[in-house]
Design a protein around this ligand. Structure first.
Ligand SMILES: [Zn+2]
Length: 231
């Protein structure tokens, strides 16, 4: 198939930028006519993209930088204690990091993500059982890791026997508990139904009647979360 385009094409990119593909041999005024004719489409498409655009902040590993955990904000405190160099921990309402880690941003980032994975995992392990019971599904094994921009995934066992595996993305644990609950309920519903058909949403609604509001809140707040970028 030829890569050369014969027709005009408009694309609204994920960051809401607009790209116009112009075929060879077409004039600038043809292009302007094409764009004008598609203006209403462009405006509505761009508004949609704008609503979904990630606004993730980047962070610095400096004293006072803010990090969220379970919906609360914690300021970073950098300490000189050499014995705790490889870890990050919460104490007295502050997120604490050793000075050496803060000064080596790539190691500091790894330690922070690792902290979200460990503390998130401990938290969700406690939280999972009541949800699984409420939804009458076997409690899956759970891991917390880097899933890119996804909040969660669910994988059934190969043979359909026994519990499946739920994976949650570490940035999820910055969000308030009721939004993490939504993701848990959503992924648990996949233990019964793999896709997102009407049966699936009925199952989610039975466990969590306000799931639509939570999903909207997750979309809105979720795109403002830190996704791991350190500057
Ligand atoms: Zn799903």
């Amino acid at each position: 198939m030829s890569a050369r385009r014969r027709r005009f094409g408009l694309t609204v990119e994920a960051d809401a930028a607009i790209t116009l593909h112009t075929p060879e041999g077409r004039s600038a005024s043809d292009a302007a006519d094409f764009v004008r004719a598609h203006r209403p489409w462009l405006v509505s498409k761009r508004a949609l993209r704008e609503q979904a655009r990630p606004l993730s902040p980047s962070k610095r590993l400096i004293e006072g930088e803010t990090f969220r955990y379970l919906g609360r904000t914690y300021r970073l405190a950098i300490v000189g204690d050499k014995s705790e160099n490889d870890s990050v921990w919460l104490a007295a309402g502050r997120l604490i990091m050793g000075r050496e880690l803060a000064e080596d941003t790539s190691r500091g980032r790894v330690a922070l993500v690792d902290w979200y994975c460990r503390t998130g995992h401990a938290w969700v392990t406690e939280r999972l059982q009541p949800w699984a019971a409420r939804m009458s599904v076997p409690e899956p094994t759970v891991d917390v890791c880097d899933l890119g921009s996804r909040w969660g995934t669910y994988r059934s066992e190969e043979n359909g026997q026994g519990p499946g595996r739920m994976s949650l993305g570490w940035p999820l644990f910055q969000l308030p508990m009721h939004l993490i609950d939504y993701v848990i309920a959503h992924e648990l519903a996949h233990a019964r139904i793999p896709g997102h058909d009407a049966h699936f949403w009925r199952l989610v609604r039975r466990a969590l009647p306000e799931h639509k509001e939570r999903r909207m809140e997750l979309d809105d707040l979720g795109r403002r979360m830190w996704m791991g970028e350190i500057i």
